[in-house]
Each structure stands twice: as C-alpha cells, then as structure tokens.
Design a protein around this ligand. Structure first.
Ligand code: FAD
Length: 493
C-alpha cells in the first residue's frame, strides 16, 4: 500500500518501477481486515484521533508525526474514495465501527473485513493507469547499491536463481513488516523485515525496533496458519474466555476485551499459563451466525476452512507477532539518513506509533506517508542515473540450511517475544551471533532478530508493547527513541 501510493505520487517525475518479491498482491495490506482509522464521522474530531493515538503510543509518539497523520488522513481517504475505494456504507453514509482504545467510531471498512484488499486494489488500478509506472513481481530486493548514497538495488530472481542490479535515482523501501522473524505471526510469508535489514547494512539508522505488537487473538488450531481474528470482533462484542469458560479480562483492565492490545496479549499469556492450555477462546456466538457471516465474511469462511464455525462456537486463539512500530528511521517526508534512500509504511519509523500502535492507524500511515515520500522523491528528478559496476551473478549454489529459519524464529519468539528479560535477551543475542545465514530472507530475519534483541536489552523498562519482567514499569530515562546503526550501538534520541 505504501509503495503503490508513493509510486502514484512520484510518477509525474519520471519512470517508477514497483518491485515485489512475490505476486504484487501478497502483502500485509492485502490481509488487513478490520479497517482504516480516520476522523471523518459527524461526531469525530481530528484532535480526538490525535489524543487516542498519543495515548496508545505510551509517551513515545512523535507529536508532529501524529498531527500530520490525523490531519492529512481525511483528505487522503477522500481521494481513495474518488479513485473508487468502496468502503461500507449505511444508506448513503460511510459506516464507521470502533476498535480498542478509540474514543469514537472511526474505523472505515470494506466488504466487511477486506479493507486492505479494497484499498490495495484501488491503488493498483490507479497506478496501472499511469504510463510511467511499471511493475516487476517475484523479484526480491537483496541489497542496496551504494555510491555516494543509494543508487539502486540488486534483485534476486527465484526463477533463474540469479541476482541482477537495477539502477535508480532514488529507492523507497516499502517492504512492510517483520512478523515472520517470530515463530508465530499473523503476517504473510513476505514479511521478513527485508527493508530494515538492507537499510541497516547500508548504514541507515533503525529506530524503536524493540517495539513489536503481538496481536492477542490469532487462530490457534494445530497445523493451521496463525490467521488473525480482527480486533473488530471484540469491537462487535466478542468475549474472551479461558479454557474453563470463564471471562477473565476484568482481572486485568477496566476496558475489558477492548483494553490496549499489549494488555490483552499479556492477559491471555497469563491465563494460558494458569490453565496450562495453549490458547484461550474468543466468543461472538451471542451475536448470531447470520450477523457474523455478514459482518465478517472472510474471517467466518477462513475459520470454517480450519474446522471452526465462529457463528456457533468460540474460536481457540493465542497471541502472535503482528506489527512493527519501529523500522527505518525517517523524517516526515520518508527521508532516511542515507542520501536518496526513503522508507514508508510499516518498514519505516516516523514515530507515529510510539511504543504501541493504535488499531487501524497503520493503513492510514501507509497512505499518508506514502504520499509524502513520493513527493519528496520527486526532488531527485534531474539527478544523473548512477553508474555501477554491479554485475548479474548466478546464485544457484546457495541453498537453505535445513532448520535454520525455524531456529532463528524460535529464538526470537521464546526470548524476544511478549515477555522479555535480560537473561533471555542476552542468550538470544549470543545464540544469534553464532549463526551466519546466506539466503536473503534468512539473512533478514537473522539481522532483524539481532537488532530486536540488542534494543530490547538496552531498553531497561516496560513501555507500550515492550514488556520486561525484570523492569515492569516505565522509566523516565527511557522516554526516548532507540536508534541503532551499523556504525553505532544503541543511542537514545
Ligand atoms: C493479518 C493482518 C491484519 C491487519 N489488519 C489491519 C487493519 O485492519 N488495519 C490496519 O491499519 N492495519 C492492519 N494490519 C497492518 C497493516 O496491514 C500493515 O501495517 C500495512 O498493510 C503495511 O503496509 P505496507 O505497504 O507498509 O507493507 P505491505 O502491504 O506488507 O507490502 C510490502 C510489500 O513489499 C514486498 N517486499 C517485501 N520484501 C521485499 C523485498 N526484499 N523485495 C521486494 N519486495 C519486497 C512485499 O512482497 C509486499 O508486496 C494488519 C496486518 C496483518 C498482517
């Protein structure tokens, strides 16, 4: 989403190539269900959206970035509607729903629970209508070409098992999230943090990477993917029950099921430990099967595929890695500290989410900051195309090391996951440092897991989604952003 939106903005300045390592549709945007937050309803205000975002970010949001997001959001959404995005309506009016920690009904959705797919479809159609935008799928970017800043990238073509260079006046990293660094994740397989890993290797600053949001309610069925059961289900009244059938959220937070995600995730972990079971249950059955099927068609059908009818039965759920608040550090125009390297969307850290993301703010971030990055990239118009001596090379001999990917993911899940402590984080760091993966995606998850371990170890407090059992409270000394780069250990800014 962020990449397509930036490409549309940039197209008037020259030729734009949009690259995706899988099919163009395979992305987190495609799977985003619940919706997109925007202060557009009659009883909502930009200031209220701003306050809710700042509150969720637990003292770490960049206030100017938040203001930019909530102020520019409404126009960005109106534009999507003009381009054909069909958000759900009640009569003629847009239909807004509520999600956790929002003080108003401000979540727009499309086809019930296929919001991201509808926005991505709209952006793709728009981008296709622009002659300057071309696409290349199944080509993974593996490395940035460096020469007095960034001057292109190398791509890996899985079909020919070869790596080839592409020159560019500027590069935008819009590679999405990093959920697949962890063993359990709601993210698609492409979300391996490649942008963060490549940027780090190129000398870019990475910020707040220790803040990973674990979604409390992913489907927990043996052998099934960790399919997300959107927060919108709880917004519509779904209840959490432990394996004894008891509601438990009243013991953890006054907002019960709609408490902030990190609180709900930790409450579930605690109930799972208390009852000795690998999941709890999410129960919306009191709303009736026909309502559920109509309001959440995709979730209903997908759960059914894995043997769970959420219309008649409570679904087994457990937390899973979901969203990265941190990423490649940028200014409000997507610029990084490396010349001609930009980042937007989940791969970037604008400071908009602070220590915890407010539900449904990420799609909005992708659109708003995609526009801004695309505009800023136009300034590179007129720059000579860089010359590189990078050559095409055959990668046929590099194969996966059996079990390595899973080993890295298990270390990240068990030692850098929902509950963290110095000992586990140190162990994670030492174990990861003994590994040397060669394949592009394995290198990425390894690199990002190490960055998370190092920054989580340095942040000796609990804040937002980062919870240290050995430092369970927030500390003023850490009310700052972590910054790490190839050339410098963790600093605070
Ligand atoms: C299941 C799920 C549900 C969600 N629901 C919501 C929601 O309701 N509301 C909300 O606001 N947010 C939601 N989120 C979060 C939101 O979807 C993401 O934060 C957002 O879509 C990210 O957009 P993006 O453009 O940054 O990245 P993506 O949409 O993930 O796109 C990244 C693209 O980069 C490509 N790519 C990655 N690495 C490489 C590489 N090395 N070379 C080439 N291409 C590469 C990928 O193939 C992909 O095309 C959800 C996330 C998930 C996983």
């Amino acid at each position: 989403m962020a990449g397509l939106r930036a490409a549309i903005e940039l197209a008037e300045a020259g030729t734009v190539l949009v690259v995706a390592k899988d099919s163009l549709r395979e992305s987190s945007s495609e799977y985003a269900q619940g919706g997109i937050a925007v202060a557009l309803s009659d009883d909502d205000e930009v200031e209220l959206h701003e306050q809710d975002t700042l509150y969720a970010g637990d003292g770490l949001c960049d206030p100017v970035a938040v203001r930019t997001l909530v102020e520019e959001g409404p126009a960005a959404i109106q534009e999507l509607i003009e381009w054909g995005a069909a958000f759900d309506r009640e009569g003629n009016k847009l239909a807004f729903t509520r999600e956790g920690a929002h003080s108003r009904d401000r979540i727009l959705h499309a086809h019930g629970d296929s919001t991201g797919r509808e926005i991505a479809r709209t952006l793709y159609q728009k981008a296709c209508s622009l002659p300057n935008v071309t696409f290349r799928s199944f080509a993974a970017t593996t490395e940035l070409l460096l020469e007095d800043g960034v001057g292109g990238a190398t791509m890996y073509d899985a079909k020919t098992q070869s790596e080839f260079p592409i020159r560019a006046r500027a590069v935008l990293l819009a590679t999405g999230g990093l959920g697949r660094v962890f063993l359990n994740s709601t993210n698609p397989e492409v979300a391996t943090g490649d942008g963060v890993a490549m940027a780090y290797r190129a000398g870019a600053e990475i910020s707040d990477i220790e803040f990973v949001q674990f979604h409390p309610t992913a489907l927990a069925v043996e052998g099934a993917p960790r399919f997300l059961l959107s927060e919108a289900l709880r917004g519509e009244g779904a209840l959490l029950r432990n394996s004894h059938g008891e509601r438990f959220m009243e013991r953890y937070h006054e907002l019960l099921e709609l408490a902030p995600r990190d609180v709900v995730a930790r409450a579930i972990v605690s109930e799972m430990a208390l009852t000795g079971t690998p999941h709890v249950f999410l129960d919306l059955t009191h709303r009736g099967e026909s309502f559920i099927r109509e309001r959440f068609p995709r979730i209903y059908e997908t759960c059914l595929q894995y043997g769970v009818n959420i219309g008649t039965d409570a679904a087994p759920v457990a937390p899973a890695a979901h969203y990265a608040m941190g990423g490649v550090r940028t200014d409000l125009e997507g610029r990084t500290n490396v010349a001609r390297l930009f980042a937007a969307g989940e791969a970037a850290c604008t400071g908009v989410h602070g220590a915890n993301r407010l539900a449904s703010n990420s799609l909005l971030e992708g659109v708003v900051f995609g526009i801004r990055a695309g505009r800023a990239m136009r300034e590179t118009k007129g720059t000579d195309l860089p010359v590189h001596d990078a050559q095409e090379r055959n990668m046929g001999t590099v194969g996966p090391v059996p079990g390595l990917r899973r080993r890295i993911q298990r270390i990240a899940w068990e030692k850098c996951g929902i509950l963290r402590a110095a000992q586990g984080l140190q162990e994670a760091r030492s174990e990861l440092e003994t590994l040397a993966p060669q394949l592009p995606e394995e290198r990425s998850i390894h690199q990002v897991a190490l960055l998370i371990a190092r920054c989580a170890l340095a942040r000796e407090e609990s804040r937002g989604a980062h919870f240290r059992t050995d430092y369970p409270g927030a500390r003023d000394a850490f009310a700052r952003h972590s910054i790490i780069s190839r050339d410098s250990d963790v600093t605070w800014g």
